[in-house]
Design a protein around this ligand. Structure first.
Ligand code: BES
Ligand code: MN
Ligand code: ZN
Length: 491
């Protein structure tokens, strides 16, 4: 599928499907659209009336245009109220028309959507992201897929002449999102710590990033007892992945992105029981997937910012050398942890990753983790939890969220709750009481950060969707890549 910009107006464009965005309660046709309707002998007006099309956000309708016309079908998409239009509204509208054009078997699609906020480049980028991500299908594990291919060969953005660079940028970002989706969707017998490290290697090779993979012995030397404790029951070797993007010239900022990389979480000896969704725990490397996806995108986008991409990858398994509940581990900052629940393993791997990252001398770092079921209970499937003791980064992330459409909600760092993690025998336990479980998880991580501005995102909800949501088919979402890219470029 190819994306292009064109200076053609709706009156000049020729092709299979012409998609037009209309605002709510403003579906009377004026200007070019009135002229187009006349040219099409009133088809647009008829369609709006017959379909009772009101321009509600996300609504769509389509009609065949009489033969002899330079366009075969018209597609309408609702944009909601003009004063409520967000950038993500544009992205979703593009997603909706792309899906509709596929259904309507259009080989060529013209998209006419308004410029958001006077920013044509940002708008063009969002249109391409929406269309590309909505049409992506993962058929890697099907021998006879139901949906066979995408008939759309060419998409043209009407009125966006000169925005070629925005298309390139969008496609680079989408390549990262799709990588993240594929990593999350692949099962634990395909995506292992070894293959995650290989993925990092191929990104490094293809885009010229620096790569360091720490093996078990290297991690031992660094005293990463928390990470290695989690890894000790697996038959697969742990891999500590560290990719580095360095810009030409002096970086404006030095950042790190750290992703939880549990390629499978059985719970360990506190094994996940019936109804716990253990069969979904292949998604427990969603943070690492977003991290690698962001690495792939950023390596192509080449911002003037240095970025470190880090994941302590392993499985949480059961065997004769598994962690015993009650074991005490020592993390690489010297702090001791009583493991009162082996299923709270993500924070243990992140503890050593945060200590490692902080030694790089950063301006800021963020971790992304499918950390707690409690966060899903609090915020549901669409929204990640955000914790940070640093208001400036929290603000940067909220802004990145607004632009990327990847939702986050700031949660409290309630220090008092750390009392629930006090241990009789060690510096802390790894879990507190059930109430506020996602907050105590964030407070645990905070013990491993000294002074670097840091934020934590709990992505256990949005890493996966059970139902198609318009621009995400059911399954892995690749959540975080767009948010991270937006943060790195904008912050
Ligand atoms: N990977 C899970 C969290 C999770 C749950 C992710 C549901 C996605 C969907 C994490 O390692 C975990 O098991 N957390 C425990 C923590 C508890 C033992 C304090 C949880 O949320 O139950
Ligand atoms: Mn767990
Ligand atoms: Zn986990």
């Amino acid at each position: 599928m190819e994306f292009r910009v064109t200076a053609a107006s709706v009156l000049e464009w020729a092709g299979d499907g012409l998609a037009i965005g209309l605002f709510e309660d403003a579906v009377e046709l004026t200007g070019d659209l009135a002229a187009l309707d006349e040219r099409l002998s009133g088809t647009l007006k008829e369609l709006i009336a017959e379909a009772e099309f009101k321009g509600k956000e996300g609504s769509t309708t389509a009609a065949r245009v009489g033969s002899g016309s330079p366009i075969r079908k018209v597609l309408l998409v609702g944009l909601g109220k003009p004063d409520k239009l967000k950038l993500d509204g544009i992205r979703r509208a593009a997603a909706a028309v792309a899906r509709l054009a596929r259904k309507e078997k259009c080989k060529t699609l013209g998209i006419s959507l308004p410029v958001w906020n006077g920013e044509p480049a940002t708008t063009a980028q969002a249109i391409v992201e929406g269309a590309e991500l909505a049409l992506y299908q993962d058929n890697r594990f099907k021998s006879d897929p139901e949906e066979k291919g995408n008939p759309i060969e060419q998409v043209e953005l009407l009125g966006f002449a000169g925005q070629e660079a925005a298309i390139v940028r969008a496609r680079q970002i989408c390549s990262g999102v799709i990588l993240a989706r594929e990593l999350v969707a692949a099962p634990a017998n395909i995506v292992t710590p070894i293959t995650l490290a290989e993925t990092a290697e191929s990104i490094a090779r293809e885009y010229g990033l620096g790569l360091e993979i720490l093996e078990r012995e290297d991690c031992e030397k660094l005293g990463m007892g928390a990470f290695l404790g989690v890894a000790q029951a697996s038959d697969l070797p742990p891999k500590f992945i560290h990719l580095t993007y360095k810009p030409d010239g002096t970086p404006r900022r030095k950042l790190a992105i750290i992703g939880k990389g549990l390629t499978f979480d059985s719970g360990g000896l506190n094994i996940k029981g019936a109804g716990s969704g253990i069969e979904m725990m292949k998604t427990d490397m969603g943070g690492a997937a977003a991290t690698l996806g962001a690495a792939k995108a950023i390596a192509q986008l080449k911002p003037d910012v240095e970025v470190h991409f880090i994941s302590a990858a392993t499985e949480n398994m059961i065997s004769g050398h598994a962690l015993h509940p009650g074991d005490i581990l020592t993390a690489s900052n010297g702090k001791t942890i009583e493991i009162n629940n082996t299923d709270a393993e993500g924070r243990l791997t992140l503890a050593d990753a945060l200590v490692f990252a902080e030694k790089l001398g950063l301006d800021a770092m963020i971790d992304l983790a499918t950390l707690t079921g409690a966060c899903v209970v609090a915020l549901g499937d669409d929204i990640a939890g955000l914790w940070s003791p640093d208001d400036a980064i929290a603000h940067e992330l909220l802004q990145a969220s607004e632009l990327s459409g990847e939702k986050v909600w700031q949660m409290p760092m309630e220090e008092k709750y750390f009392d629930g993690m006090k241990s009789l025998v060690a510096d802390m336990k790894n879990t507190g009481p059930r109430p506020g479980g996602s907050i105590t998880a964030a407070l645990f991580l905070k013990q491993f950060v000294k002074e670097t501005p840091w934020a934590h995102l709990d992505i256990a909800g949005p890493v996966w969707v059970d139902k198609d949501n318009g621009y995400n088919s059911a399954g892995a979402t690749g959540y975080g890549v767009r948010l991270l890219v937006s943060w790195v470029l904008g912050g």
